[in-house]
Write a protein that binds this ligand. Structure first.
Ligand code: MEV
Length: 317
């Protein structure tokens, strides 16, 4: 029997990078993501196959086996192990998110594949946190030191405060008093999360006080943003996003295309705009309570691409 799983992509509203070092971050699931289907094959785990197709990356699927000496092969192998798969399986997965864009493509794939693999076993379905925990084995191959925020958002959806400190994860769903209308724009530059996380790690060793003070300021902004979302004060939320963008730029995470997208969004009425995810390219998120169409059209006129999404209240699983 073929079993299916799905997961959503994400945007981080406040707190990326700092979240790797124990600062809480706010993340929302978006309505683009990944789906996966798994079926048993004759043979043992080593005979398993994975075929993945990612929007914008390849027209055809990329096929791997767990023993392949590629990141995808290693991630598949780690996930089969994390899901306790002993026999052979064939998995097909599709992501309708661009890769390397900061929208949680790899986590969405990892979570969707985890769900499809776990569904092959009889019994109750795994909790979102169990799924996210297992999918972190996949994420570790691509990201080195993931905080787990992408996998948590992929598994739960909705809006949440995420914190990983001293190895323990704390997740608090956030109820938005008003729907969050977001425009998501792409710089067109794919970037590796691992590279950007390593960039911050190096900076932290070289300039510990400067990075610590940026992270402290980001922690304050996360608190402000949470209260703003819960009270429906979107002007305050937009200001927190702008302040977070300025801090991320001081850490060398913004590129000129990011700055151009943020400026254009604000000129078209967005209340705040910032890079989202690992930076160094990737995507920008803008808060547009009056509607995201004007911002997305402006980005398109300026030669970028974008789309809009709405995050409602109480959507977390
Ligand atoms: C990537 O979406 C978010 C980062 O903070 C890395 C992580 O938390 O794993 C840059």
């Amino acid at each position: 029997m073929t079993m299916a799983g799905s997961a959503c992509g994400k945007v981080i509203l406040v707190g990326e990078h700092a979240v790797v070092y124990g600062v809480p971050a706010i993340v929302v699931g978006i309505d683009h993501g990944a789906t996966a289907r798994a079926v048993r094959l004759p043979g043992t785990r080593g005979d398993s196959e994975l075929a993945v197709r990612v929007e914008g990356l390849s027209a055809a699927s990329i096929a791997v086996r767990p023993a392949d000496a590629t990141d995808l092969g290693a991630a598949f192998s780690a996930l089969l192990e994390a899901c306790g798969v002993t026999g052979a399986v064939r998995v097909e997965a599709i992501a309708d998110l661009p890769a390397g864009a900061g929208l949680g493509c790899s986590a969405a794939l990892g979570v969707a594949i985890t769900r499809a693999l776990l569904a092959l076993e009889p019994g109750p379905s795994a909790s979102p946190d169990d799924v996210a925990h297992r999918a972190t084995a996949w994420e570790r191959v691509f990201h080195g030191n993931p905080s787990g925020i992408d996998a948590a958002a992929a598994a739960r959806g909705g809006c949440m405060l995420y914190r990983r400190a001293q190895g323990a994860v704390a997740i608090e769903p956030i109820t938005a008093a008003r729907a969050l209308v977001l425009a998501i724009g792409s710089t067109g530059i794919a970037q590796s999360t691992r590279t950007m996380v390593e960039h911050v790690a190096t900076l932290r060793v070289r300039e510990p006080e400067r990075v610590a003070s940026a992270f402290d300021a980001i922690a304050t902004l996360t608190g402000v943003a949470r209260r703003a979302i819960e009270s429906g004060d979107l002007v305050l939320l937009g200001r927190a996003m702008d302040d977070n963008q300025r801090l991320l730029a001081t850490l060398g995470l913004s590129v000129p295309e990011t700055d151009a997208l943020c400026l254009a969004a604000r000129q078209e009425g967005a209340l705040g705009a910032k890079m989202t995810g690992s930076g160094g390219g990737g995507c920008v998120v803008a808060l547009c309570p009056a509607g995201a169409e004007g911002v997305v059209s402006r980005w398109q006129r300026d030669g970028f691409s974008g789309f809009s999404t709405v995050v409602g209240a109480n959507e977390a699983r």
